[in-house]
Ligand binder design. Structure first.
Ligand SMILES: [Zn+2]
Length: 290
């Protein structure tokens, strides 16, 4: 074997998962080193985060905040405790306080047309309460006008690239300035994928931050690295350092090593990850070694 230097990079962070719907043990000691659960029973996901599979860090938002009867109320996959109904602005502060008490890193909000929607006053109250608690607001926006409502209410993150309508350039520009988008492009096909890619390309071109997330648990998304999702990030216009930042964690994340060179394109990154393994952890202090 040659002695070409191996490349070491932070592991993958999947910024949109639902651990209650997957075999969590299948994520042990793989290239995905951190996952962000964006909607579940806060007690259940807190217990998971306290005892995660080996090599995996779990961060979680806690429940979906929605109008009474709003998405995902009544969905077969969503336990009642995963849905927090917020009926009036006065209820927002207590809902956010419960997220804080449960150890959530952010407040998940759903705006899903076709089911009861949070009115603007409740939406704004949730955003204000979350920001007062220094938590980001992560919004599932689906259906006409809902992405715009989220962006203009002060959401920090859209948890899916909008896929139900082509957003106008002015809204894309506002979104790029104020929000991060999580990709979840591979959950779509056909027209919805075309719409999502069109929005994502213009968002990236406008300087927006697009991050890797798979919605693992939603449908047949495979556990571990989702190569199709990375491929679609490339199609959305990401390459080089921006692509690596979108898929990989910060420098402090557990690291991977691969014999392949530094990956600059989506195909190179998937190949790099396929050949990667956990890098040796940093050596312990000598007082521990003795
Ligand atoms: Zn989701």
């Amino acid at each position: 074997m040659g002695d070409a230097p191996s490349v070491t990079l932070p592991g993958v962070v999947d910024r949109h998962v639902h651990l209650g719907l997957v075999d969590v043990a299948s994520l042990a000691d793989g290239p995905v080193v951190e996952v962000h659960d964006l909607g579940w029973d806060p007690r259940a996901v807190r217990a998971l985060a306290a005892a995660p599979p080996s090599g995996l860090r779990v961060r979680y938002a806690g429940p979906f905040h929605t109008a009474p009867g709003g998405y995902p109320s009544g969905r077969a996959w969503a336990p009642e405790a995963a849905v927090r109904h917020v009926a009036a602005p006065e209820e927002a502060a207590a809902a956010v306080a419960d997220v804080v008490a449960a150890g959530g890193f952010g407040v998940k909000v759903t705006l899903h047309a076709g089911m009861p929607l949070l009115p603007d006053d409740v939406l704004h109250a949730l955003v204000d309460a979350a920001h007062a608690a220094r938590l980001p607001v992560l919004v599932h926006a689906e259906g006409t006008g809902q992405a715009e409502r989220a962006v203009d209410a002060g959401a920090d993150t859209l948890v899916h690239v909008p896929w139900t309508e082509v957003l106008p350039d002015g809204l894309i520009a506002r979104a790029a300035a104020r929000t991060t988008w999580i990709s979840t492009l591979a959950i779509h096909d056909g027209d919805a994928l075309g719409v999502a890619l069109d929005n994502a390309r213009r968002f990236v071109a406008a300087g927006g931050t697009l991050e890797y997330g798979t919605d693992l648990g939603n449908g047949p998304t495979p556990p571990g690295v989702h190569e199709r999702e990375i491929e679609l990030l490339g199609e959305a216009g990401l390459s080089g350092a921006a692509l690596r930042r979108a898929v990989l964690g910060p420098p402090s994340a557990p690291r991977l090593t691969s014999p392949l060179p530094l990956p600059d394109t989506a195909p190179d990154l998937t190949a790099w990850l396929r050949t990667s393994r956990p890098a040796l952890p940093p050596r312990r202090g000598s007082h521990l070694a003795r």
